[in-house]
Structure formats: C-alpha cells, structure tokens
Ligand binder design. Sequence first.
Ligand code: NAD
Length: 284
Amino acid sequence: MAKIIDGKSISQQVKDEVKEQVSKLAQEGVTVTLAVIQVGADPASSVYVRNKKKACEAVGIGSESYELPEETSQEELLKLIDTLNERPEVDGILVQLPLPGHINEQIVLDRIVPGKEVDGFHPQNVGCLSIGKPGFVSCTPAGVIQLLKRSGIEIAGKECVVIGRSNIVGKPMAMLLLKENGTVTVTHSRTKDLPSVTRRADILVVAIGKPKMITADYVKEGAVVIDVGIHRMEDGKLCGDVDFASVEPVASAITPVPGGVGPMTIAMLMHNCLESVRLSGKAK
Ligand code: NAD
C-alpha cells in the first residue's frame, strides 16, 4: 500500500505559514496586495480567478480584481500592466491565461516587471531559477517540491524522471529537482521507449496532459509518483495523468487527483506574493 501524499493538508500548512507572516507584516504596517487580471469570461478562468481571490482573503493578502471585456485590445491591457507595475502598493500581478486569440500572451507576460510577476513565467524569473538566483518559481512545480519535502521524501541523489517539458510545469520541475540535487531526466512526446526510462525513477513526476496514461508498467516498485495532470471525465469526476488504481499498489508514495498537486498551486501563489514583498525590500 502506497502512502497517500495529502496535498490538501500540506497546502493548508503552507497557507497557514503565509497567513502568519502576512499578519506579522501587517503589525509592522506592511501590506501585501495581488492584482488579478482576467480578459473575457472563460468559465474555467473565472473559477480559477475566484479561487485565487478567496485564497488571498483567507491568508490576509489584499486582492485587486480587473475583469476586462473579451474585446480589450493588447495595448489597453499593456497600459493597465504599466500602471500596476508602477504602483508601489501592488506587490504581485497575475494575468489569468488563456488570453483571447488577438492578444499575444508572451508580450503581455513579459511586460510585467519580474519583481511582481508572481507566476514565475517571465524570462528573467525562468533564468534566475536556472542559475540559482532569487526570483519567482512557477507555482505548480514549486508545490511539488513542497509535497516531497513535507512528506519526508529525500530528493538528493535520487533518480528523478519528469514526463513533460512544458514551460509551466516540466522544465521548471526539472530545474527544481536538480537544485535539490536529484539526478534528473526529462522525457517528452518524442522519447523512445518511455517505460524503460520512467522505470529508472525513484521519483516520477508526471505532467503529460493525457488522462490515466501512466500505468504500473511505467513505474519501478517502490517509486514515489507525483501526478500533476488534471482532467474532468465524462462522469464529472476528476482524474490525473496516472492510472491511480494500477500504480498505487507498486508505488511507495503517490499523490491522488483530486487532493494532491492541485491545491498546492494556489498555496504557492500565496507564498510567492509574500516573497514579492521580501524581494522588493518593502519588508525586512
Ligand atoms: P502541456 O500540454 O503544455 O505539456 C505536455 C507535455 O507532455 C509536453 O511537453 C509533451 O512533450 C509531453 N507529452 C505529451 N504526450 C506525451 C507522451 N505520449 N509521452 C511522453 N510525453 C508526452 O501540459 P502542461 O501545461 O505541462 O500540463 C500537464 C498536465 O498538468 C495537464 O493535465 C494539466 O491540466 C496539468 N496541470 C495541472 C496543474 C495543477 O495545478 N495541478 C497546473 C498546470 C498543469
């Protein structure tokens, strides 16, 4: 029986710690504020934005909400970002993706000053991660590291295999595991004989975007399996990229979906907002 890594309770620990720090800062007269921008009314985006605002409220971080119409031009959006960049009381700026097709996402994300770009997608933040300088780290992979550490799973010296090489999950995940002294292999859609590579893993992180693709055949006996995937099935239930029923009997520890990696993403966003205040020198 694998140990179930409880993302709900670990994310709550992270949020409780952030809340405590935010409240200490408040006593020194320092506030923390996140500006959240949504363009259009994509229902999934609206849910994510609502959850982010709720999380801010729960930890005592102020949030400013900008809900812009679908037809907002790129120039208008960039102008808003320029204004938020300049306002010292705004510590973090988040643009909910995806943006409507007429707006170039990379141009928009690059416009946020790196010191306020709490999603960790800005090229400067990505670069800082790769050379080990302070900066913001993409929230989902940062959350995976917290899940491992807070579950007492040693990363140093372990064979770590990441499936997926996206800029948001796979690549920063690999950099973070490397930073923790893991021996890291990154696999992707062009990897030959994927199971033979993934079966080397002591720690297997799966971020493919394919429901239940990873079965026991891909997993070494006793491996730790982290499932980043999230999919809603026809019956309305959620599942991950890992076939939990098949893999759980061979793994030593595994994250469930829901209740594994998912809740960590918002918790790490809250952590990044707090970090923003520290990095800016606004707080000691
Ligand atoms: P993506 O589509 O950008 O990247 C998928 C990666 O998987 C690619 O690098 C591709 O090379 C690789 N891949 C595709 N098919 C493959 C195959 N057959 N064999 C090996 N590799 C293959 O996806 P993403 O943004 O990295 O997200 C991955 C999953 O994680 C999705 O299910 C997404 O919904 C989920 N996700 C969850 C959270 C969260 O908060 N829990 C956050 C981000 C993404």
